[in-house]
Design a protein around this ligand. Structure first.
Ligand SMILES: Nc1ncnc2c1ncn2[C@@H]1O[C@H](COP(=O)(O)OP(=O)(O)OP(=O)(O)O)[C@@H](O)[C@H]1O
Length: 210
């Protein structure tokens, strides 16, 4: 997906979080969105995903050369973030059945295959509520990485993952990123070392309204 941000700015009450952001995000690119805690990384991802309206500037989206309205973005978007909840009252298998009604998996990926890729075979009939935080994070990531969606947004993807989990993430993000537009917010080099572009949110905080 081709995304053009032009003069993008977001303000909460009187505080500008970022301003004057002009940037093109191209299919096949992976952009690390960087900055300290509270810099505005999640706010930027939420704006690009269409969940937050920009205060000023424009965002345009195109798929295979055809303009895409922001209202139609959700079906083409996969998003994993600590603040996006899983349906924890379902078992793993129930959750996967429910989720994939709305968001198809990539060709060749069945529910069984996805469960195997997550190393959650023994947990298929367990309630997600009972999963460890690392198991929940692997599930969130797998649902995003293996969704059939040309735009992939990952907010702090290795949250709650141990060293094995981080290696798992690195393997699967590489296996699924080809051709997609990927934006990844992070403070952890192990999460974003493979990215070919970086965007430092603090570069867009010079203009503040007092
Ligand atoms: N809905 C909101 N209303 C008001 N202020 C908000 C809202 N959401 C975020 N903010 C503020 O915007 C700023 C940027 O927050 P954001 O979560 O985007 O930062 P971040 O770079 O993702 O931080 P972290 O690394 O801690 O996750 C913070 O000062 C935060 O308090």
């Amino acid at each position: 997906m081709l995304i053009e941000a032009t003069g993008l700015g977001k303000r909460f009450q009187r505080d500008w979080i970022y301003r004057g952001l002009t940037r093109t995000f191209r299919p096949g690119s992976a952009t690390a969105v960087l900055g300290p805690n509270g810099a505005g990384k999640s706010t930027l991802l939420n704006t690009i995903s269409g969940q937050l309206l920009p205060t000023e500037g424009t965002l345009t989206y195109a798929l295979s050369g055809r303009a895409l309205a922001v209202e139609d973005l959700p079906q083409h978007l996969a998003y994993a973030a600590p603040y996006l909840e899983l349906l924890e009252e379902l078992t793993l298998l129930e959750l996967l059945h429910f989720h994939t009604q709305f968001k198809a998996l990539r060709p060749g990926i069945t529910l069984d295959k996805l469960i195997g890729l997550m190393y959650l075979d023994k947990a298929r009939h367990r309630l997600v509520r009972e999963f460890s935080s690392g198991m929940k994070q692997r599930l969130k990531l797998a649902l995003a990485l293996y969704a059939q969606a040309p735009l992939l947004l990952l907010d702090e993807p290795t949250t709650n993952l141990d060293a094995t989990g981080v290696a798992w993430y690195q393997e699967h993000v590489q296996a699924t990123r080809a051709g997609r537009t990927l934006l990844l917010s992070s403070n952890v080099p192990a999460e974003y070392a493979f990215c070919d572009e970086e965007l430092l949110v603090t570069d867009f905080q010079l203009v503040r309204e007092k």
